[in-house]
Design a protein around this ligand. Structure first.
Ligand code: GAP
Length: 527
């Protein structure tokens, strides 16, 4: 299967194509970059927008019972108190006592408990220093080059992902919320003032509590999920639309998490985009709606893919479930490093609406006049809706579709020898540019005719480009790598009989069609 050929190799090739063709650039590259920061270039921004628009079209514009929302990224801090994020949105953080790497315990490489693990450091000198430091603590290890042997793992059963050491600190929860402060408050001055007012300098937990208190006074948080916007606007949406339960509120946009481990290019980063929908339903109907939405979401991913078999559903084990969830399915994709999450579809029960009712003091229940109250048997039922939440990653989805589309093949070049062709077989809905219009040469009226055609495509809303740079073969290859489904070439014959060639990206077949028909043809094929 193509997706599994040369795993890390495949990822490196994709990252390099993303840079070379302008899909994804390292953020602030001229200043050395920002860890896990990425900018979406001219092709990347189109691909991301197309992916998100396809989601919006499917989730909002194709349904009577789903409406949209665009909530603030910075919300009232009590939202995060009610949602449980301030107290519990944390991953287990561990320090390696040898190489000082900080990592997530639950994502660390597994180790047989008690097994002696070889530890590999960057160079011999580091290994020597580590050996001496361990000896000073009474731990004797063997050293060969930059590798130490003889260390024994503990009952935790994992080791450092950087050097392989099982000598680790205790696990401690690390909150993933990105904190900032709002308003003209000088936090340092406030802290200095507080400390100066103390008779004796507090230490340890007391000092921490004092500083925490001072910071929290003006603290705000960048949202770690878009979901909470939909819960806190539940009443406003209900009152301003004709919606009745069951109905959904959808939102797409940026979320931020201070992840301990950022990894695999745009798979896990600090700043990313989500596409989430909260579907409010009557308690008792939640299991059916969970099945419905899982199927809907799974078929959406598969519809846009070349290899639908690389998308699968996985039910969460009870121990994996988030504190608010009764059940959850992950839509997973087969990344080059194995199956991994793309979207979670969770039954969040009435947890969120009840918590926000309790903390805000606003009644977030729903009265259904048509329903019969199961307790009293009378007409009319008041209840807190249950929520089914399909929560997808847009930037992660973009990575999945790029990997799904990446294809290499050998094709004969001008001399008849095999040459490598790299093509992004992106679904036309996702392709950043739908058609490239190419004059064969930059003379004889061909550029003028090509420009005329590209403007006709612009006028119909088909994102297209005019391209006259380099030889025609090179231009075709460039557009193969950009995932452009159609290249329209204006040549000598165009000027005689008004026909152009249309080249299909995947088959490389060319057909000759009247230029007057080409816009309609491309429009039909991309739809
Ligand atoms: N409201 C529920 C929620 O946020 P989640 O599983 O934490 O659930 C949903 O996030 C999706 O958001 C994930 O399936 C993933 O695609 C994406 N996502 C989460 N954290 C991410 C990160 N650090 N970088 C990129 N995408 C991320």
């Amino acid at each position: 299967m193509q997706q599994q050929e040369g795993t890390t190799d495949r990822m490196q090739k994709l990252v390099s194509l993303c840079k070379r063709r302008g899909f994804v650039f390292p953020s602030s590259e001229i200043y050395g970059g920002v860890r896990s920061g990425y900018d979406y270039g001219p092709l990347g921004v189109e691909l991301k927008r197309n992916l998100m628009s396809a989601w919006w079209r499917d989730m909002v514009h194709s349904r009577e019972n789903v409406v949209g929302l665009d909530a603030s990224i910075i919300m009232h801090p009590r939202v995060w108190e009610a949602s449980g994020h301030l107290a519990g949105f944390a991953d287990p953080l561990v320090d390696c006592l040898i190489c000082k790497e900080r990592f997530r315990a639950d994502k660390a490489p597994k180790l047989e408990p008690g097994l002696a693990a070889p530890v590999t450091l960057g160079d011999k000198e580091r290994a020597r220093v580590a050996q001496e430091a361990l000896a000073a603590k009474g731990i004797v290890v063997e050293r060969q080059g930059k590798t130490l042997t003889g260390l024994t793992g503990d009952e935790r059963g994992y080791c450092c992902p950087n050097c392989g050491s099982p000598l680790l600190s205790a696990e401690r929860p690390f909150n993933l919320m990105l904190r900032s402060s709002l308003g003209p408050v000088d936090q340092i001055a406030r802290i200095a003032q507080l400390l100066e007012a103390q008779e004796t300098m507090p230490r340890g937990a007391e000092l921490r509590a004092l500083l925490d208190g001072a910071i929290k006074e003006s603290a705000v948080y960048l949202r770690p999920e878009t979901a909470q916007g939909m819960f806190v606007q539940f009443l406003n949406v209900l009152q301003t639309t004709a919606q009745k339960v069951p109905f959904g509120i959808a939102q797409m946009g940026k979320s931020f998490r201070n992840e301990i481990t950022v990894e695999h290019f745009i798979f896990r980063s600090y700043e990313f985009e989500q596409m989430e929908m909260e579907f409010f339903c009557e308690p008792g109907t939640d299991d059916q709606w969970l099945t419905y939405w899982t199927e809907q979401r799974m078929s959406w991913w598969r519809r846009l893919a070349n290899h639908p078999e690389n998308f699968r559903l996985r039910a969460h084990e009870p121990a994996e479930l988030a504190h608010y969830a009764k059940a959850c399915y992950d839509v997973e994709f087969l990344y080059p490093w194995g199956w991994g999450e793309l979207e979670g579809v969770a039954n969040r029960t009435d947890y969120d609406l009840k918590k926000h009712s309790q903390v805000s003091g606003t009644n977030l229940t729903y009265f259904d006049q048509q329903a019969v109250d199961p307790e009293t048997g009378k007409q009319g039922r008041r209840f807190t809706p249950y929520v089914i939440e399909p929560a997808a990653g847009a930037t992660r989805g973009m990575l999945a579709f790029l990997l799904d589309a990446y294809h290499e093949e050998a094709v004969p070049d001008a001399k008849g020898e095999d040459a490598l062709r790299v093509v992004l077989k992106l679904h036309p809905t996702l392709a950043p540019i739908k058609a490239a219009v190419l004059p064969l040469v930059k003379k004889d009226g061909m550029p003028e005719k090509a420009r005329e055609l590209v403007h006709q495509l612009f006028d119909t809303g088909i994102n297209s480009t005019y391209d006259e740079q380099h030889a025609i073969g090179k231009r075709y290859r460039r557009h193969d790598e950009a995932g452009t489904p159609f290249c329209i070439t204006v040549d000598g014959q165009t000027l005689q009989d008004g026909t152009v060639t249309v080249r299909d990206r995947d088959t490389m077949q060319q057909e000759r069609v009247p230029s007057a028909e080409v816009v309609a043809l491309v429009g039909e094929r991309i739809r």
